[in-house]
Design a binder for this molecule. Sequence first.
Ligand code: IMP
Ligand code: MG
Length: 184
Amino acid sequence: MDVEDVQGDLSSVLLTREQIQAKLAELARRIEADYAGERVLLVGVLKGAVMVMADLIRELRLVDVEMDWMAVSSYGAGTQSSGVVRILKDLDTDLSGRHVLIVEDIIDSGLTLSWLLGNLGSRGAASVKVCALLRKPDAAKVHVAVTYLGFDIPNEFVVGYGLDFAERYRNLTSIGVLAPHVYA
Ligand code: IMP
Ligand code: MG
């Protein structure tokens, strides 16, 4: 669905479908160059990263690319990070010797990602890097190295393109700031 379909629920549109696609193409060119000749495993974090993964992996001109998924929870149904990370679904893939690229939708407090980096890093991977579409300012407090970053965004709650509020708005094609009256 498009912005017209959720009129009133967004206070502004942050990124259009076109801006997102152009950025993912840019990141894909860098990833192709960095992983040329390597076998790479993209690890998506459910459910938010579904759209980023789907578009990024199709944009990649690499033959030796695999996909796996993890589900972790750090948020309830609200808009504040709990800081507690739990594995809801683990990987199917053995990471020994693998080049792993974590694909994330957004880094807010950075707690989820720093925990994931530690967890995946302890499984014998040859390398673990991060690709994230969005990053909020608070992420600077926890030092997580993001090799491939789409956009730095303001500290506001955003929805769309996989990002939800109480499981809604994931199917919005663009990314927008959720109007406060929706969660107040
Ligand atoms: P962190 O651990 O605080 O970095 O939170 C990361 C996770 O929180 C993301 O993968 C999202 O699922 C969720 N999250 C953080 N900020 C937002 C937002 O603005 N909109 C929707 N989900 C968010
Ligand atoms: Mg997420």
